[in-house]
Write a protein that binds this ligand. Structure first.
Ligand code: G3P
Length: 221
């Protein structure tokens, strides 16, 4: 198996936006040579600054739109995102839902091999997304997002069922899970359930000591 992933979504937290995003990314970069694939999913505003100052940290966009360069006001146009440092993207996050058509068109537009992590609220949505062949599917029950109980504790079967369902559709798609993930125990449980890593936010972005949380997250891998 490739390195397990710890994917931290900065969302629009004040503790992970603009200058504080740079600081958090620096902390994450300290783990870039470890046994995990550490990914920072940052605001489009912060892509350039973070990718410019990090040599080793993988940086993804939080969303992209399937539009070209030209007459498209306010959209997140992929070619410019890539030139500004996006090395991957999440799409269809519970907080930024899009249609299957959006995901499909976006994937057609992106360069071959560009990592796309499509988020799914449940097994059915994960299966539908798997048909499109994204690099990753992250299953995240919306009601657990931002909460204190990890999906791996509150609803472990959604993780294992998603793994089984997605693999039955497309065995190349890799599965992450998220919502309420906070510590290394949650990460090892995710891997035990068949996921290849976690997608999390508040456990890191709202932590008093993000470095210790990051250390704990990678501790059991
Ligand atoms: O994208 C990650 C996310 O939606 C989970 O958020 O705060 O529950 O880790 P959180």
């Amino acid at each position: 198996m490739d390195k397990p992933l710890v994917v931290v979504n900065f969302k629009t937290y004040s503790s992970a936006s603009a200058s504080t995003a740079d600081v958090l990314a620096e902390k994450m970069e300290q783990f870039s040579d470890s046994n995990v694939r550490m990914v920072a999913v940052v605001s489009a505003f912060d892509l350039h600054s973070i990718s410019n100052s990090s040599n080793n940290l993988e940086v993804w966009s939080q969303h992209l739109d399937p539009v070209g360069q030209g007459s498209f006001t306010g959209w997140l146009e992929p070619e410019t995102a890539i030139s500004r440092g996006a090395q991957g993207t999440i799409i269809n996050h519970a907080e930024h839902k899009v249609s299957l058509e959006h995901v499909k068109k976006l994937m057609e537009q992106l360069p071959e091999g560009f990592p796309v992590c499509a988020c799914a609220a449940d097994v059915e949505e994960a299966k539908a997304l798997a048909e499109l062949g994204p690099t990753f599917i992250a299953v995240e029950p919306p009601e657990l997002i931002g909460g204190d109980i990890s999906v791996t504790t509150a609803d472990p079967s959604i993780v294992s069922d998603t793994v089984a369902a997605v693999k039955s559709v497309n065995s190349n798609v890799r599965i992450l899970c998220g919502a309420g993930v906070k510590n290394g125990k949650d990460v090892s449980k995710a891997i035990e359930l068949g996921a290849e890593g976690v997608l999390l936010a508040s456990g890191v972005t709202k932590a008093d000591d993000a470095l210790s949380v990051l250390q704990d997250l990678v501790s059991s891998i």
